[in-house]
Each structure stands twice: as structure tokens, then as C-alpha cells.
Write a protein that binds this ligand. Structure first.
Ligand SMILES: [Zn+2]
Length: 304
């Protein structure tokens, strides 16, 4: 599988490229059943998987069309070999009879165990399934929407306007000081002990760098002087793209915590952090997350 060279922090959900076959989306027969069709089933953030003996998870590529009716949205996720890979978001089962016993796993909890070749399709399947599940009516006039362009566009039945899936940009940043300590915080909405790096959504009309500086100033009262982009990771729960940064503050590192948002925040040396984790005083984000990748990047040593 192809990889790109770039300023990549290794992130577990961004480990490979899949063939999205975007040029074939205009073909009106591209979602038709056929010998070459394989279906990836999603439901509300879960995806149907199979598990190898070593714990590696793979996409379950079904050969039977799981759509109960032709109006159920399907999405061309792309190609693998000569096969068309099609995502289908299925509704909650009304009764046990409706559920053929698929192993549906919550993607955000298992994404780091996915075979890299499958991660891109799984993330796109969950993201597009979530979009179709909640996007039923035109935001302009309220009329029903119909899928087209292989499920990548919804068109209004009344005013014919087109609607596209959105991705919300979120910055996430490992803030360091002159002594190369790392800032970790506990959001007031996180479970107790759970600490991570700071993060926040990019606001309309704002650059990514400005969003990093604004969030750090708002949440802990520090002035960021330097940022470095290190990589991105899709986080379609329901529709974020995490953009990772290293960020540096110089001089004064006294913290002023944002009321109601940040419950605790502290600077850590590598020794402090290892001891706090060992003593179970703090818990860190899970291995599939960008937050964990940024913390591990800092643990690995000072930036050049
Ligand atoms: Zn409309």
C-alpha cells in the first residue's frame, strides 16, 4: 500500500492510502449489485469486523447486499483489487430476526487494532454512514434529500440544492515550555484522572495556527510563540479531522485555568509523567487517539 512522505507523526488511523475511486462516482450503475460488489456494514459509529487469531481486526466484506430497500443509502467507498467496496449504514434492528448476528464494533475503541489496509475504508464508512443517518432534510427548505453521486451528495427534492458531507477541523496541540516540559490538562467533562493535551475546534474565519494560539490562551492563559504542524488524523465521531501541532510557550509558564472547562492542568517532565502514570494518579488517552500520539512523540525526546 502506498504511503506519502510528509511531516507525519505516526498516527494509528492514518497509516495508509485506500483507493477511493472518486472518478467513478458519477457512474449511475456504480452501486448496483453484482459479483464484484462487497459491502461494509455500519451502524451508529460501529462497523462490522472479523477478528484474526492474533487480535488483528479486519473489515467484514459481505457479498450479499444488506440493503433492505433500494432507498437505504449506500456509498461507494472505493476499490480493492477488482472489487467495488460499498458502505451501507443499517438501522437499529427492530427485532432479533432483523439482525443477522454481525460483529459490530465501536470504531473509536478498536481503530488501533485494524489492519492498516482497512483503516481508511472503515473510517470513511463510519463517517459517511453517520452523515446519512442524521442528514434527512434540506437545511434551506426542509424538504427530503435524495442521495446521488454514489452517496457522496444529497440533493433536495424541492429546490434541487446539493449538500455535501462536512468535516470539522479541530486542532490538538502538545504545548511545551523552555525546559521541554509538557502541559497536560483534565477537561471538566472528562472522567476523573483522564489527562490529555489541549484541543479545540477551529472557528469560522480562523487559521489553524490562530486556533492553536486562541485555544491555549483561553484554556490555560498562556501565550504560544511557535507552532509546528506534525500530522493529521480523521476522527469521524461524528465528523472531525484532528490537526496535530507541537506548540511552544517561552518565559512565564504560570497557568490560569478556564472556569468550567479545565478542571486541572500541570506541567510534566518525562520523569513526572512516568511516575504519575505508574502510580495511577493520571490516565492517558487511548492508543488510537491523536492525543496519545502527540504525548508519545514528546516522550520520545526533544524536537530537533
Ligand atoms: Zn431544499
Amino acid at each position: 500500500m502506498a504511503t506519502l512522505r510528509g511531516p507525519h507523526l505516526h498516527t494509528p488511523l492514518a497509516s495508509g492510502l485506500s483507493d477511493r475511486d472518486a472518478l467513478d462516482r458519477a457512474d449511475p450503475a456504480i452501486l448496483d449489485p453484482g459479483e464484484d460488489a462487497r459491502y461494509v456494514v455500519t451502524r451508529a459509529g460501529t462497523v462490522a469486523l472479523t477478528e484474526d487469531a492474533d487480535g488483528t481486526l479486519r473489515l467484514l466484506l459481505e457479498t450479499e447486499d444488506p440493503r433492505g430497500s433500494s432507498t437505504q443509502p449506500a456509498v461507494l467507498l472505493g476499490r480493492r483489487g477488482g472489487l467495488r467496496v460499498i458502505g451501507v449504514e443499517v438501522p437499529e434492528p427492530r427485532a432479533e430476526l432483523d439482525d443477522p448476528g454481525r460483529d459490530l464494533r465501536e470504531l473509536r475503541r478498536v481503530a488501533d487494532r485494524l489492519d492498516p489496509a482497512d483503516a481508511g475504508f472503515a473510517l470513511a464508512a463510519v463517517a459517511m454512514g453517520s452523515w446519512h443517518r442524521v442528514t434527512r432534510h434540506c437545511p434551506r427548505c426542509g424538504a427530503l434529500l435524495d442521495p446521488e453521486t454514489a452517496g457522496w451528495v444529497l440533493r433536495c427534492r424541492e429546490d434541487r440544492s446539493e449538500h455535501f458531507p462536512r468535516t470539522d477541523a479541530a486542532v490538538i496541540m502538545a504545548v511545551r515550555d523552555d525546559a521541554d516540559r509538557l502541559l497536560l490538562a483534565r477537561n471538566a467533562h472528562f472522567p476523573s484522572r483522564f489527562h490529555s493535551v489541549l484541543a479545540g475546534f477551529v472557528e469560522p474565519g480562523e487559521t489553524l495556527e490562530a486556533a492553536v494560539a486562541r485555544e491555549v490562551a483561553e484554556e490555560v492563559g498562556l501565550e504560544v510563540e511557535e507552532v509546528e504542524y506534525v500530522g493529521s488524523q480523521p476522527w469521524p465521531f461524528p465528523r472531525s479531522l484532528m490537526l496535530g501541532y507541537r506548540a511552544w510557550v517561552r518565559g512565564d509558564t504560570a497557568l490560569t485555568l478556564q472556569d468550567e472547562e479545565i478542571a486541572e492542568a500541570s506541567w510534566y517532565t518525562r520523569e513526572d509523567l512516568a511516575a504519575a502514570v505508574e502510580a495511577e494518579e493520571i490516565g492517558l488517552p487511548g492508543p488510537a487517539s491523536m492525543g496519545r500520539a502527540l504525548i508519545d512523540d514528546w516522550i520520545a525526546g526533544p524536537a530537533d
